[in-house]
Write a protein of this length. Structure first.
Length: 623
């Protein structure tokens, strides 16, 4: 009993070092459980956790038969094999045979040491410890996880994928024999450098000629590598679609060859209903380092150009400022010191709001944003979960209509998904889990914009797709965003360093790629339009009256305090009454807005009453 107690105390005082066993890489899996990407462990070592259940029976049988026939019965040390090895070493005057069991090999893999008599004694002690602590199959898992396969390959999962391109569960007998042979002398038996030696030992294990061995490594799976680069854990689940991801990476590679020098691209595709990302491509698989291979360009903050205009129109439509058929002027106009021009430096005169949006005319969009309010627009986008990145020290202003604030492709795709559904915004997810919807647009406003943007692609493509392009100043960024009833997709083309692409536009660089992306998705006709419509001026709404709602400022808003603030509401039955801290504001009771000049910094309580006594309230702060 004393001996057992002593051994127990020593075992607890000096446990086996398991650091290498736990220092494994990450397997990223697609939504169907297939391997999407493998990320190396620290130091660039390809090492992944492997259990005995994860490998083919042929590998386990060959391993035990060749390395340790009595593995299932001995206590970690095989006295017969060890005595034979000691006798052989004494006769030769050097270490010829180690007599190591698989348990002793596992101990050596956990704590590599020079091959000396002292090291052998430590391995014996550690082997006994491992047998006390773990089952035989768990000990096999240690060996299968850490066995060396040449270079930076460790473990049978990395070895199997690198030398055969298949997982260890699919190994046949000849492949299993090679993976048992290589760890004996991993650098001297690497098939890509010493194929003859590797083949000879493999055939000796087999007992017959197993044919040629691989002479080069197979690339390990690394799809969506920029998007998944920061994920941690032994096995990480995503909602990406492996088949779609592969197809879009091939498409990106093809498209990259036709782009200007140093140009890159990014593509995102998400499922509309679940708001889950199905594919994320950044630059295309195989992109060279000079094309920012390590950057996830779907997260890069870039100017969206005209790609933000649909949301301005949606807010204007739902406010009753305009409707799709409202005539708007595309004529020279100054907004204080700001004098925007159209992209082609011409003006189209009077056009409908729908045509102005489809043709990306700048003056109508700026004029509508002036009515909606840049601060309110920026607050709505932020409330939807998207970030607008303004220049340092700048406040939201009219240039927002033309791309005057940066946004990422992922955030922009999330906003476009709101247009294709009920107007709610939900951040697009890469991993499974709950996702909270946020109020953004009214359902009718979102639907009308979707109908306005649903149009044929210029050079042909799938039908029933709503799309919009954008081009930032100087051709630095080319965008194309599109959606149908099932998917939303976005394409960005540009240079990662922000230098211009002369002559580049969203229409000529990004839109053809978007057309091909949408054509690769399952067809999804849009549902029949609902009877409700958003009314423009002097047009009546159909359906029930909307509930009274204070659009701006939203509850909790912090206002700058320079000049008057325009309170805007939606819904309710007119006439309307506007109150600030209980005091009535002078306003036209037939209008849905009123001007208020704060008397100074502090908190204010805003109230709007309609003809039926309904109320909408908000508390705001003035700096």
């Amino acid at each position: 009993m004393f001996l057992i107690a002593t051994l127990w105390v020593l075992d607890r005082a000096f446990p086996p070092a398991l650091g290498r066993l736990h220092a494994v890489g990450t397997e990223v899996v697609a939504r169907d459980g297939r391997t999407l990407a493998l990320l190396p462990a620290e130091g660039g070592v390809w090492r992944f956790r492997v259990r005995a259940e994860d490998v083919s029976p042929a590998l386990l049988e060959t391993l035990v038969q060749v390395e340790d026939r009595r593995f299932w019965w001995h206590p970690g040390v095989d006295p017969v094999a060890l005595a034979r090895a000691v006798w052989q070493d004494i006769r030769a005057g050097r270490i010829v045979s180690g007599g190591s069991t698989l348990t002793m090999q596992a101990a050596r893999l956990l704590e590599p040491r020079p091959r000396t008599v002292r090291s052998k004694l430590i391995e014996v002690a550690r082997a006994v410890q491992l047998e006390w602590r773990y089952s035989k199959r768990e000990i096999l898992g240690i060996w299968l996880t850490l066995a060396p396969y040449g270079g930076n390959l460790e473990g049978v999962r990395a070895g199997s994928l690198a030398w055969f391109g298949v997982g260890p569960q699919h190994l046949d007998t000849t492949q299993a024999a090679l993976l048992v042979a290589i760890p004996r002398r991993p650098e001297a038996l690497r098939p890509d450098r010493h194929a003859a030696r590797a083949r000879a030992l493999r055939d000796r294990i087999l007992g017959w000629d197993g044919g040629a061995v691989p002479d080069r490594r197979v690339a390990l799976p690394r799809h969506a590598r920029q998007a998944v680069a920061g994920l941690k854990g032994e096995r990480v689940e995503t909602v990406l679609d492996l088949s779609l991801q592969r197809a879009l990476e091939r498409l990106a590679e093809e498209r990259l060859r036709g782009l200007p020098e140093r140009a890159s691209l990014a593509i995102v595709v998400a499922e509309m209903g679940a708001r889950e990302l199905r594919a994320v491509v950044s630059g295309g698989a195989g992109m060279q380092a000079g094309r920012a291979a390590a950057m996830d360009l779907s997260r890069a903050v870039r100017s969206p150009g005209s790609a933000m205009k649909p949301f301005i129109y949606a807010m204007a439509f739902q406010d009753g400022i305009a409707g799709p058929a409202t005539r708007v002027d595309d004529l020279p106009r100054r907004f204080g010191a700001y004098a925007p021009e159209d992209f082609d430096r011409t003006f189209q005169g009077g056009v409908t709001a729908a045509d102005a949006l489809r043709r990306s005319l700048n003056l109508p969009a700026v004029a509508l944003l002036d009515r909606v309010g840049p601060l309110r627009f920026a607050a709505a986008v932020k409330g939807a979960g998207a970030s607008l990145h303004l220049p340092p020290g700048a406040d939201p202003s009219l240039p927002l209509a033309l791309g005057g604030a940066g946004i990422t492709l992922r955030d922009l795709a999330g906003l476009y998904a709101a247009l294709g559904t009920d107007g709610s915004a939900v951040p697009l997810r890469l991993r499974p889990g709950p996702n909270e919807a946020r109020a953004f647009l009214q359902p009718r406003g979102a639907q009308v914009i979707a109908e306005v943007l649903t149009q044929p692609f210029p050079e042909g493509g799938p039908a029933g797709v709503a799309w919009k392009t954008g081009t930032s100043w100087g051709g630095r960024d080319a965008w194309a965003m599109g959606f149908d009833a099932a998917h939303v997709a976005g394409v960005w083309v540009g240079r990662p360093d922000g230098t211009p692409l002369p002559g580049a536009t969203g229409r000529n660089l990004a839109l053809p790629l978007l057309s091909r992306v949408m054509g690769m998705l399952p067809p999804s006709p849009r549902p029949e339009p609902r009877a409700e419509r958003v009314a423009g001026p002097n047009r009546e709404r159909t359906g029930q009256e909307e509930a009274l709602r204070l659009l701006f400022p939203p509850p909790g808003a912090v206002l700058g305090g320079e000049g008057p603030v325009v309170l805007r509401v939606m819904g309710g039955r007119r006439p309307l009454t506007f109150l600030v801290d209980g005091a009535r504001l002078p306003a036209d009771p037939a209008r849905r807005e009123a001007a208020w000049l704060p008397q100074g910094p502090g908190f204010y309580r805003l109230t709007v009453l309609d003809a039926e006594g309904s109320a909408a309230r908000a508390t705001v702060r003035v700096r």
